[in-house]
Ligand binder design. Structure first.
Ligand code: SF4
Length: 383
């Protein structure tokens, strides 16, 4: 177990987003491994069409790796600031909660590390209350413009469908859990993807997040066509920008809105883009976040030990295994790989870390961002 002393954690707010990879540039002057995401279970009570693991979910988890190995690999990361716990549904399997989730939460607590859990929040409330004190961000996906969307897409990858009544009950449970946990002080952050399915319903979804679920934050992430999401329709760049402007028009300004991995960049000579970026910068309670995947984060599967650059899994595959390798070594190897080198750009003037591989492939396949970077550095005399 770690011998690190407890760091006092500052509250999470618009000026303190511990998952922003630019924090590491500010602190260490370079991209640094500070975030590990653990896949702690393959089990879930739902099977969302858009879920990264929706099609690989199993009926029984294998035995996890010994926690001693996992603690050791975490101890070896000197700059670890955040842990993300994902699944499946991390609170579904009691065995996994006892063997893996709670030990990880306790480790993070003892080391003063921020914890985010990615949950569907549809399970009985006492499960979430039981771990409330250890959770800094309870992250939930909310892409349900209509109840049919939930009952269809939320179980889209399930071969034997549960009865409609049971599905509806889970929706109610999710709303009630979000609202109750929020009122009890938990930081619940709902994420909505921008895609063809959510686009007509953004007002309704935002209202539900704010008024019914009482979330502390509404996260907005464009949906990129990674393999797992290929069934759903991505938006054209133009529609994406309209959607962002629309959200800025209709949102409740008292609630933090975080935009992640936006496909608009200061180096692209587009007046509309620049106006939108400016609007985002000036808007009350709005932040944007660079994509953490591969910038400060690696994902570890607790059963296999496989390490992936999260969400690039399909692009890049497994890059290592914690049974044999230390995570900072894996991260450095990744950062020095030709793929990462070809992608990673950085303009300090705008705290921008450029597009990830999915964004680039989708919207800017022919743009050379390394050239753009040089141009920006010439203009702003930075390097
Ligand atoms: S970091 Fe990359 S994407 Fe961002 S402004 Fe600079 S060159 Fe453009």
């Amino acid at each position: 177990m770690s011998t690190y002393s407890i760091n006092k954690k500052c509250p999470i707010d618009i000026s303190n987003d511990p998952w922003e990879p630019y924090n590491d540039i500010n602190m260490h002057n370079q991209l640094t491994l500070s975030n590990i995401e653990f896949t702690t279970t393959n089990l879930c009570n739902m099977r969302c069409s858009h879920c990264a693991v929706g099609y690989t979910l199993q009926t029984q988890d294998p035995e996890p790796l010994p926690m001693d190995l996992i603690y050791r690999r975490l101890d070896e990361i000197p700059d670890l600031k955040t842990l993300s716990i994902t699944g499946g549904e991390p609170m579904f399997s009691k065995k996994s909660i006892k063997q893996v989730v709670k030990p990880l939460l306790k480790y993070a607590y003892d080391r003063g590390i921020y914890v985010q859990m990615n949950s569907n929040l549809t399970l009985p409330q006492d499960r979430y209350l039981d771990i409330a004190e250890y959770i800094d961000v309870m992250h939930i996906s909310h892409n349900w413009g209509t109840i049919e969307e939930f009952t269809d897409v939320g179980f889209g990858a399930m071969t034997k469908q549960p009865p409609l009544k049971a599905k509806l009950k889970l929706y109610e449970q999710m709303l009630d859990n979000a609202s109750t946990l929020s009122k009890q002080g938990m930081f619940v952050s709902a994420e909505t993807m921008l895609n063809q399915s959510t686009l007509p319903h953004l007002d309704k979804i935002h209202n539900e997040v704010v008024k019914d679920m009482h979330c502390s934050r509404h996260e907005i992430h464009p949906m990129y066509p990674a393999d797992f999401a290929s069934q759903l329709n991505v938006l054209s760049l133009q529609d994406m920008k309209h959607a962002i402007n629309h959200l800025l028009d209709i949102r409740d300004e008292d609630i933090w809105m975080l935009f992640g991995t936006l496909p608009i960049y200061p180096c692209l000579n587009d007046e509309d883009d620049q106006a939108l970026l400016q609007r985002l910068r000036n808007a009350k309670n709005v932040t944007t976040r660079n994509d953490p995947d591969g910038r400060n984060r690696l994902n570890v599967n607790v059963f296999t030990g496989n390490v992936i650059v999260t969400d690039f899994g399909d692009e890049n595959g497994t890059i290592s295994n914690i049974k044999t390798d230390k995570l900072p070594d894996v991260f450095n190897q990744w950062i020095n790989s030709s793929l990462a080198q070809s992608l990673n750009c950085h303009c300090a003037e705008f705290n921008c870390l450029g597009p990830n591989v999915l964004v680039k492939n989708m919207y800017y396949p022919h743009t050379d961002f390394k050239e753009k970077e040089k141009m920006m550095h010439r203009i702003y005399q930075t390097n």
